[in-house]
Design a protein around this ligand. Structure first.
Ligand SMILES: Nc1ncnc2c1ncn2[C@@H]1O[C@H](COP(=O)(O)OP(=O)(O)OP(=O)(O)O)[C@@H](O)[C@H]1O
Ligand SMILES: [Mg+2]
Length: 507
């Protein structure tokens, strides 16, 4: 069984550390109300069948409500979105944002995650008259600008597009009271750090900052030291949630057998996510699976955003049972009832293992994580799972092996080829700024791809030279800092600074 504590090294971010002894649920009024959340929010949660807070929520909500800077670490699927979302909604309720000046910003690494966070918080914010807007690349910038001009209290954004809008003078961060950085350790990675810190510098220095992740490790210290004030750390023990309900298997396969074993696992009943290292690898596997009769959807940052969104929603709705993706879907993405995650290619590191695997066994559900390991990958896979705190079962897997059926429900696919599944995307859905707005252009197919990728990192949102499809942090965002006051940020209005031309992101 996993110990997710292994992902929290001794050099974890500074601040008051509170390893949780989570209090027992009291009887009487709704628990969310006892945590200090307002009635409309508690009622909206109840309407969704959410009556009792998860441990990370019980731990962090009171501190966030009291205005503290908070670092929250809870396992994948443990409810971190509501842990930062509910108190953020509460704290800004009752204040109307001026045009262009949101009161709270939630930064996330990918467009899909931004949309998901908006979808989770929007219905809850409605009862408090809060307006929420997703600000991400690959979607109509015009509509985002329109919303900002009308005024939105909360912006859920990827860093690249938000920087763009700030530099165009369409969004000022001068009134931001709360900044949330979800997947905070990832947002401290090389590609993201300059743009994330440049955005934070544009928020008022005395604003509240909340950093959350399942793997809130030492990297986060860079942000903590610069932008947080006496933060409280809540680091949740595995306790009773997802980890205990997750099974781990390492399948040793030969190169010759790898595809056949993958296809049998893809042929199972039940929702399955398969992680592949590169965009090209995703496209290739989707085609290979189609040839043997498995309809799978491919998701990666080389596709247009409307295709990405369609594939994910078809998977969510159950129209396709297998999602083949890069690490663009490794962080934060929640799809109900994903019962198996397969690492077709080994993850980049132990953190990627945990986040990819965390797409299953969420919110107390059961789930299975399998890793295909070629002979030459064995040692690195062993050390990776050790670092992840996981002790997987090991199995020499060959096609037709009865254990595959037993452990994964694997079954040989029909062998009758099906068409490669790719959603048709009407012209009107195409994002304006991606060259997709030329009516009549047919939907892009795999062979249309002018760009071939090499390795895709833990997110394609920081790719360079990849055209507009992946949300990318502004590579020249360091320049933006030149236009903002130095130090930990600044107080007061930032109009002129925000309206200066500044660097462009071009995604
Ligand atoms: N108190 C609760 N009661 C019931 N369900 C909840 C509660 N809180 C959250 N959930 C549900 O749990 C699921 C996982 O939540 P969420 O996506 O916030 O996890 P997470 O901790 O952010 O995971 P990750 O680390 O993968 O991003 C969601 O479907 C959410 O609606
Ligand atoms: Mg999350």
């Amino acid at each position: 069984m996993t110990s997710f504590n292994a992902a929290m090294p001794a050099d974890a971010p500074t601040g008051a550390q509170q390893d949780e002894a989570v209090p027992a649920a009291p009887a009487g009024p709704p628990e969310f109300a006892l945590l200090g959340l307002p009635k409309p929010l508690v009622s909206a949660l109840a309407r969704q069948g959410i009556d009792s807070p998860f441990p990370i929520q019980r731990a962090t909500i009171p501190d966030i409500l009291s205005g503290k800077d908070v670092l929250g670490r809870g396992q994948t699927g443990s409810g971190k979105t509501l842990a930062f979302g509910l108190p953020t909604l509460t704290r800004i309720a009752g204040v109307k944002a001026a045009p262009h000046r949101p009161l709270a910003v939630i930064l996330v690494p990918t467009r899909e995650l931004a949309m998901q966070v908006t979808d989770a918080l929007e219905p809850l914010g409605r009862g408090l008259s809060l307006r929420i807007k997703t600000v991400v690349g690959g979607m109509s910038m015009g509509r985002q600008i329109e919303a900002l001009r009308r005024g939105v209290e909360i912006v859920v954004a990827t860093p690249g597009r938000l920087t763009d809008l700030v530099q165009q003078g369409e969004c000022s961060l001068s009134e931001v009271r709360i900044t949330v950085i979800d997947e905070a350790d990832h947002m401290c990675d090389l590609g993201f750090f300059p743009v994330v810190s440049a955005l934070l510098e544009r928020t008022p220095a005395d604003g509240q900052r909340l950093l959350f992740s399942a793997t809130l490790d030492g990297d986060v210290d860079k942000l903590v030291r610069r932008f947080l004030d006496a933060p409280v750390t809540h680091s949740l023990d595995p306790a009773t949630s997802s980890v205990d309900t997750m099974e781990h298997h390492m399948l040793q396969v030969t190169r010759d057998d790898k595809f056949a074993v993958t296809a049998e696992i893809a042929g199972r009943e039940g929702r399955t996510i398969m992680f592949v290292r590169t965009q090209h690898g995703v496209d290739r596997l989707v085609k290979q699976l189609a040839r043997v009769g498995v309809r799978a959807g491919g998701l990666h940052g080389g596709k247009r955003q409307n295709q990405r969104s369609r594939i994910l929603s078809e998977f969510r709705e159950g129209a396709i049972g297998v999602l083949v993706c890069t690490d663009v879907a490794a962080r934060g993405i929640h799809v109900d009832d994903v019962s198996l995650v397969l690492h077709v290619d080994p993850p980049m590191d132990h953190k990627s293992y945990l986040h990819r695997g965390g797409r299953t066994a969420r919110a107390g559900e059961r789930g299975t994580v399998m890793t295909l390991v070629l002979p030459n990958e064995r040692r690195s896979a062993e050390s990776m799972t050790r670092r992840a705190g996981v002790r997987p079962n090991r199995l020499r897997a060959t096609p037709g092996h009865p254990s595959l059926a037993e452990l994964a429900g694997a079954q040989a696919p029909s062998g009758v080829a099906v068409p490669v599944w790719e959603p048709a995307t009407p012209a009107s859905e195409r994002p304006r700024r991606e060259g997709g707005g030329h009516g009549g252009r047919r939907p892009r197919r795999f062979h249309d791809r002018s760009r071939e990728d090499g390795r895709e990192g833990s997110s394609d949102d920081r790719r360079s030279g990849g055209g507009p499809r992946g949300e990318r942090p502004a590579r020249d965002a360091r320049g933006a800092r030149g236009g903002s006051p130095s130090g930990r940020g600044f107080r007061g209005r930032s109009g002129p600074a925000d309206r200066s031309g500044g660097p462009r992101t071009g995604h």
